[in-house]
Design a protein around this ligand. Sequence first.
Ligand SMILES: [Zn+2]
Length: 563
Amino acid sequence: MKRVVATIAATLMLGSSACTPRPHPGVEPVAPRLVVLIIVDQMRADRLAAFADRYESGLARLRDEGTVFENAHHAHAMTWTAAGIATLTSGVHPSRSGIIGNHWWDRGQRARVDAVTDPGTRRLDRPDLPGASPSHLRVTALGDWLKRMNPSSQVWSVAIKDRAAVLAGGRHPDGAFWYDFERGRFVTSSYYMDEEPAWALAFDSARSVEAFRGGWHLLRDENGYTCSDAAAGEDEPSTFPHLFSNGDAYYREIFNSPFGDRFTFDFATALIDGQRLGTDDASDLLIVGASSGDEVGHSYGPVSREVEDYYLRLDLMLGEFFDHLDTAVGRGGWLVALSSDHGVLPLPEQTRLAGTPAERHSWGSLHDPAQSALAAALNDERVDPGLVRLAYDNGWVLDADPDVAPERLTALRSRMAASLRDDPRIEDVFTWDELVSDTPLGRPYEAEFRRSFDAERSADLMLRFREFDLAFAGASGTNHGSAYAYDTHVPMVFLGAGIPAQRIESPIRTVDLAPTLASYLGIEPPAALDGKIIRYPQPTGRSQHQSFGNQRNRTGTNPACPK
Ligand SMILES: [Zn+2]
């Protein structure tokens, strides 16, 4: 029997407004047969507007026909992929999901631990290699809530990055697939299944991954771009065409091009068909991570011709994908949500050109003073220097011999923090002791750092660098990971049957996504999530994409390139 979901009508609907279609009176909305969550890695909120004059397909459809939340932010300080994905799909901050970063320092093992690599599992295609699983995820996610309500609902996830696919799927999906950079195929682990499905084997046999060997050329004529192709600060080679190696290195190289995500959407399409998603009354969930957007952005920065070309191609990829949903599931039967795990810092060179101070700080320039601060603290506390080693993982880590007493570690952290706060490049340092205590500190970004804090996994000294600076930088490229708006401000768009076309300026948080999708699916999210179901946002009239002026929304540089 088709489930009727009264909550949908109450969710995301505005009051009476000329531009707000409402469902016909008396017609109860029905839970979509397929919900697809698309997480575009490193997609800043301003990407929807940046190249908007040339969007004509999927991104245009999202922008013009969807409900667009223009002020969606991650609310945690350490904006890394694993943390962002877990936040979007679990509805809780990293402090509760436990996924504080892509990796963290394990004090017991005295070693770095990856967020998803699981030596207790095997890769199905390569049993000699460890697999991946959500064993570090401390909570359930949207897919788990769906399957608990209806075990015949299917939940699948796919992304180039293993951490994106695994954490998106939650604890017990039907399957999660990620990309093998050595062989150019999607793979999974023994955590999920015993054998790869026949459709996945057939997809690999077709070797459509070989289709991009001709290299990455501009999609359009040169005049169809507004961004420069060789801006200062881009990785070399910085100009089109970007050609690939002849051998197996090609499989890794296409990750740094739109073709990694082209291949991902092709696999997702095969998955929808192979598993017959959205074809019965049990709602299904598919999460697709577009990971290549991140790699391209790291190399060339968000205001580059490469990123411009990536988004023009993503527009087409999404359009084809939505067309396939119309065919496979039927118009009105599917719902898409699009968001991102984090934004990105513009290249410091470009920020300076725009008149804002911005610098690169190398590993050595940050490590050496920290090492000196540790040496001085050890001396002052009369701790044997051989007992404490400095490491970095989401902050400075004091890798201490078990013989070092906890109160000595507290004193070392306190002394080091005082020293590091004198560095003009460092705005603030939160110590492990400050964040493990509930006592308010009354300092800027304290709440964001608390939401990224896990007592077992967090570092000893967590740093807030100067806004617009790039810490641990190479000579080119850029990164994310800060609490600033350029890293936290992401798109949040809902598209599908019953969703009105509207733009909402009211601020929302990325923890709100999972409970809101749960509401669409007619399932009750767990109590006491950090996020809440987005209901009845306040109408704001005819909103336009704003140029954000206040401190909270400083995203840096012109999101588009000047004509
Ligand atoms: Zn990244």
